[in-house]
Design a protein around this ligand. Sequence first.
Ligand code: NI
Length: 183
Amino acid sequence: MAVRPVRIYGDPVLRQKAKDVTSFDDSLRALVADLFDTMKAYNGVGLAANQVGVAQRVFVVEVPIEGGGSERIVAVNPTLDARTGRESGEEGCLSMPGLYEDITRATALRLRALDAHGQPFERHVEGFLARAIQHEADHLEGVLFTDRVSPLKQQFLRRQLDALARGEVPEGYHPGTGEGRSG
Ligand code: NI
């Protein structure tokens, strides 16, 4: 298990559409373990495989639950449907350090996916967990949360995004800066 470097905005792998996983072997399980290690090291709540340079349809999410503890999900080849409700909430992304924006997402949805051993599962999720899952599923399509803000807002973000793409990561960016709300 290891912390892998998180790819930053401007890296083409973040715009790649990830491919379905076809072998459920030890290297997949090592990838999943590394995604959790990396997500935790960066204090994130979710991480998609292409954020560590692997363009495969895998993401992990771990969000706190009411009353303590946390909810962990490993999703391989996920599909989302049965979306209901819409609500706005703040998001950040470990691949876009320093940016936080309100994004409108479905309030609840159904996640269908395989686990790291290829076993199918289905979950109805809502609230912050549903938000985190939608953010990570977007990554697998090459979509970033800033694609979902208004065109006007995107113009305001342009300078920060261009700076990230030039490799100008904000001063002090290091593992632990996800502030518990980035994925
Ligand atoms: Ni993200």
